[in-house]
Design a protein around this ligand. Sequence first.
Ligand SMILES: [Zn+2]
Length: 329
Amino acid sequence: MISQVYWVDGHIDLASMAIRGRDVLSKCSHPQEACISIPDLLDSPIRTFFGTIYTTFTNGEFGFDSSDDREGAYQAGLEQLAVYDQLVNDHHLNKQSHGLSVGSELSMLLVMEGADPIRNVDEVSWWRAQGLRAVGLTWSDGTRYAGGNRSFGPITAEGIELVSALDASGIVHDVSHLSDEGVEQLFDLAKGPIIASHSNSRLLLNTDSQRNLRDDHAKELLDRGGVIGLNLCTQFLAEPFDRETHTATIEDCVTHVLHFCALAGNNNQVALGSDFDGGFSPKYLPIGVKHPTALNELANALQEAGFSKEELHSFAHGAWERVFNSVEC
Ligand SMILES: [Zn+2]
């Protein structure tokens, strides 16, 4: 039991929730429908989260319908950046711009899920100055920079330039949602740390979907010192690969964690990347972890599975801290 420990969550789409109408300053009143707000986080052990700027052209909901619309994508990114900056200005949370340490105050690391809001590589330093700490080149359907887990395809010429600009600014690479082809290119291109902020084991899901990590990719990422964040969406925790037809359990979470730990050869490179409310409601969270306040149940299950106290601390916060404290910038 590690109830006094603060957690770092590697993936929460807070800004896009706010833009879709979530009142993030009020506790969620229907826990079956939503579980993320500032008060809900403060009720939980999470004190630092990776707050995404999440955009896609897929359905036009972010105001641009093509990756070629650089200005539209940029404006969509700015809109989400403004959500976080307003929360910071109003003293609801802090933005950690250097290093990473979790404490009693609520804080975030600014990250990008889909890099289209970066109009060109010359803007990377501006985004870094806004606090940007990690970038996934694409969401599922691809960007100007790379093919996604659903669209497939490589990192583009512009994406190759972006990878080195991210390295030059000390911004961490995130492979969640990147195509298999892109993951392999990134391993060749990247100089800095590579993480998978919110991905599970493809092998355990018995699917060809590229959304979750292939074992050889996971092993390479771990061998390079990266960290994998456990995604809590039912669809990514248990077969079949269809969240409508079944539920997942805490044991399924433990199975994915232990699988990656076995690939790593240690229990210190897997962490949390919950994706709470990121396109799925608590209905699609595992039984027993329907709200971030229940994370200690996951810690208890890992302890029963053999995690030491130190390893539980690593899962809760230490693994993410090590990656982001290792970056020179
Ligand atoms: Zn995602």
